[in-house]
Design a protein around this ligand. Sequence first.
Ligand code: URA
Length: 204
Amino acid sequence: ANAPPVDTAPAGTLEAVRQEARHCTRCTLHCMATQTVFGQGPEQARVMVVGEQPGDQEDLAGKPFVGPAGQVFNDVLREVGMDRRSLYVTNAVKHFKYEARGKRRIHQKPNHGEIQQCRWWLKQELDYVKPKLIIAMGATAFFALTDEKQKLADVRSKPLTMEDGQILFVTVHPSYLLRIPDPELKAKELMRFREDLESVHRLA
Ligand code: URA
């Protein structure tokens, strides 16, 4: 009844890469995850958004940023007047990494080896989409895109130029906003995130 999807896309297309990624065993994360969560959005997108890795809901849905962090992201995009459907949205790591605690699956940060293995897919997404501007949400995305370890505060909120001329804009990960317990700080950080996306909207 639940036959696996058949790979039919012509070679040399982003769709073929997406299909190939379904069978990825480059690191061990595929063992626990439900499925590969590949990027989503138009191949001609001018802006690519890179997050960390799928969460619980993304793992089940097979789509990036559909859970609580995605909700924050969608809300702020709407507030600044950006259309998510125009963006190519993906993650540095394409499988959900978690620790099972009873029935709950608790998110775990991907390590450098996992990020480096998964860069294989991210690079191909970049090659096909060729975005003018890339938004890195969080330190994992920044590391995946640049191979540099930096404090987020040192690279955040300003356009950086990548080797091939693309603009890289670094901001926080929306999950970080969800974890701030103090309501005042949370509101302040949410405002900064909104300002970052406003800057991106102007640059794109
Ligand atoms: N967090 C991410 O980094 N990516 C998702 O797709 C969902 C949550």
